[in-house]
Design a protein around this ligand. Structure first.
Ligand code: SAH
Ligand code: AVI
Length: 307
């Protein structure tokens, strides 16, 4: 049985059923995420783009020349384009993503937009060990780029593990440039995950279609509803799919009974304080050197060096 299948069955066997958010991202899921980033309620992307545009010169100065830029969860590389447009001497750009077709398409676009740049896409699940390509030009340093607040989709222990992997990948003299959503008025956060057009609901439900198509599951897509609540105390949004009836679902040889009203947890989206993240970075072997925020202080981009 594949690792993915084992992981899915294990998650659905817990008292609180859960499916990792990485299963959002097949081609349709990646497209739906792009639609989310264009929603007026989803402030995260606009705020991060604003930070990138305002402070790109300072970021480029810190990254320096002949670095290798390794991006985790690169998606459409939208924010990266701002950096790439200003980093004129880069050893390589290595976008890493689990969503294979979407990654290849955006890497092609990046090559067209930056013909001089060495672009080496890597299709991988970054929560498992994976190999990075050796660039033709030996980089002066590795800079890990992790935008979009994707770190927030991991619980504390997993996030720490990921930060430690990034610290190791950064190597001596390396750095981490990371985008993180900040704690704020709960209503603003609630609206971002309960948009009026229902795109986030489609994104959440698409996970079940992805599992039906690619993992032989038989979820009834009409028998689940999207729910997203912000838990202010824990500083995180909880995304769930709520069963609308008593039902049995099979995946591979495993069968699961799901009761009416029972939930499948599909994602956490943690929101950070500057102090909280500084402590996490420190404990993972990084020191935060510079923090940039948008004018409304909704979002942050942080440059961390290896301690
Ligand atoms: N960085 C982009 C996209 C964020 S969406 C932005 O800021 O807009 C999260 C991205 O991470 C998606 O492209 C998804 O396919 C990818 N992703 C999620 N989990 C992953 C995993 N475990 N391994 C590799 N990529 C992953
Ligand atoms: C990719 N990730 C940071 C998004 C987030 O906001 O947590 C995924 C998402 N989930 C619902 N809307 C967007």
């Amino acid at each position: 049985m594949s690792n993915a299948m084992k992981e899915l069955i294990e998650g659905l066997s817990q008292p609180q059923k859960m499916i990792s958010p990485k299963y959002f991202y097949d081609e349709v899921g990646s497209q739906l995420f792009e639609e989310i980033t264009e929603l007026p309620e989803y402030y995260l992307t606009d705020a991060e783009l604003e930070i990138m545009r305002r402070y790109v010169d300072e970021m480029v100065e810190l990254i320096g020349k002949q670095a290798s830029l390794i991006e985790f969860g690169s998606g459409s590389s939208l924010k990266t384009r701002i950096l790439l447009g200003h980093l004129d001497e880069l050893a390589a750009y290595v976008p890493v993503d689990i969503s294979a077709d979407h990654l290849q398409a955006s890497a092609q676009q990046t090559r067209r937009d930056f013909p001089e740049l060495a672009v080496h896409p890597v299709v991988a699940d970054f929560t498992r060990p994976f190999d990075l390509p050796t660039p033709d030009i030996t980089p002066v340093k590795n800079v890990i780029y992790f935008p979009g607040s994707t770190l927030g989709n991991f619980e504390y222990a997993e996030a720490m593990e990921l930060l430690r992997v990034m610290r190791d990948e950064a190597g001596d003299g390396g750095a981490l440039l990371i985008g993180l959503d900040l704690q704020k008025d709960p209503d603003i956060i609630h609206r971002a995950y309960n948009d009026s057009e229902g795109v986030t609901a489609k994104f959440n439900l698409n996970m079940l279609r992805h599992l039906n198509t690619n993992y032989g599951a038989n979820f009834d897509l009409d028998a689940f509803e999207h729910r997203a609540e912000y838990d202010e105390e824990k500083g995180r949004v909880v995304l769930e799919l709520v069963s609308q009836k008593d039902q049995n679902v099979t995946i591979g040889d495993a069968e699961f009974a799901i009761a009416d009203g029972e939930t499948i947890l599909t994602e956490y989206s943690h929101k950070y304080t500057l102090k909280g993240f500084a402590r996490m970075a420190h404990d993972a072997g990084f020191e935060v050197e510079k923090v940039w925020k948008d004018p409304d202080k909704l979002f942050s981009v942080q440059y961390c060096v290896r301690a």
